[in-house]
Design a protein around this ligand. Structure first.
Ligand code: NAP
Length: 251
């Protein structure tokens, strides 16, 4: 796929799936802005790993609406616009209902929804204004298999991703008349910092045993799907949710 000259913003682009996506876009000729929240070293490493020139990192906690607005203004100003947005930043906070206090329960819900759902909605709002003005664009949401299969120990996460799917589908209808097309990716387990702990020992064996070929995905495999959804040729898939879970959950 060729993305020469395309201007891409990836939230949570400093590690895991976001970093692999930044690398894939850069290899395909795009100019990439990587958003991160707290780990500047990882963001700098990610930028240094990209081929081509003009890439940069931008710090913003996407759960803060004002920070989102400032970030999008800064990125669009620096690149002269945004052609592709990847809503990838997310948190995965455990809060099993039978074990946590009411306060911990509330904190997990607040942080999860503010980042994974409202954060993505706010980034999309701000970027969509740019895209409407410039006559079009592509938006990819990184959701999760958990939206469909359930997340027994992380219910707010499952709910945030189910909400994200509905958000993406509603906006696909609202924005298609503006030449803005939207795709959503629903990965199963991917080997990143988010899942390191879960993929070790007995829980790792249990997870692998649910996947027909016994392999957890690599971030690069998700990046490939994201580039497909962001490509010009995939416009007619707008509103779709693409499962990428190795056949571990077929709906
Ligand atoms: P990861 O390795 O934990 O990386 C998370 C990224 O998000 C980091 O760049 C982090 O930046 C950023 N981030 C977190 N909170 C943020 C905030 N409030 N504002 C801005 N950036 C923030 O995650 P991953 O595994 O690559 O996951 C990426 C996406 O895929 C997430 O939406 C996740 O839900 C989804 N997903 C992952 C899996 C999986 O198995 N890994 C499966 C299904 C879906 P800092 O380091 O600076 O905090």
């Amino acid at each position: 796929m060729n993305f020469t000259g395309k201007r891409v913003l990836i939230t949570g682009g400093s590690r895991g799936i976001g970093k692999a996506t930044a690398q894939a876009f850069a290899e395909a000729g795009a100019r990439v802005a990587i958003n991160f929240n707290s780990n500047k070293v990882a963001a700098t490493d990610a930028i240094n790993s990209l081929t081509g020139e003009g890439h940069f990192a931008v710090r913003a906690n996407i759960s803060h609406p004002e920070a989102v607005e400032r970030m999008v203004e800064a990125v669009a100003g620096e690149m002269g616009g945004i052609d592709i947005l990847v809503n990838n930043a997310g948190v995965f906070i455990p809060h099993p209902i039978a074990e946590v206090s009411y306060q911990a329960w509330q904190e997990a819900w607040q942080q999860t929804l503010d980042t994974n759902l409202t954060g993505a909605a706010n980034v999309t709002y701000c970027v969509a204004q740019q895209m409407i003005e410039q006559g079009g664009g592509r938006i990819v949401f990184v959701s999760s298999r958990g939206a469909f299969r359930g997340e027994p120990t992380h219910p707010a996460y499952g709910a945030s991703k189910a909400g994200m799917n509905a958000l993406a589908q509603s906006l696909a209808q609202a924005l298609a008349p503006h030449n803005i097309f939207i795709g959503t990716l629903a990965p199963g387990f991917v080997e990143t910092d988010m899942t390191t702990e879960h993929l070790q020992g007995e829980s790792g064996d249990a997870i692998r045993s649910q996947i027909p070929n016994g392999k957890v995905a690599q971030p690069k495999e998700m990046a490939h799907c994201i580039l497909f959804l962001a490509s010009e040729q995939a416009a007619y898939t707008t509103g779709c949710v693409l499962d990428a879970n190795g056949g571990s959950y077929l709906r």
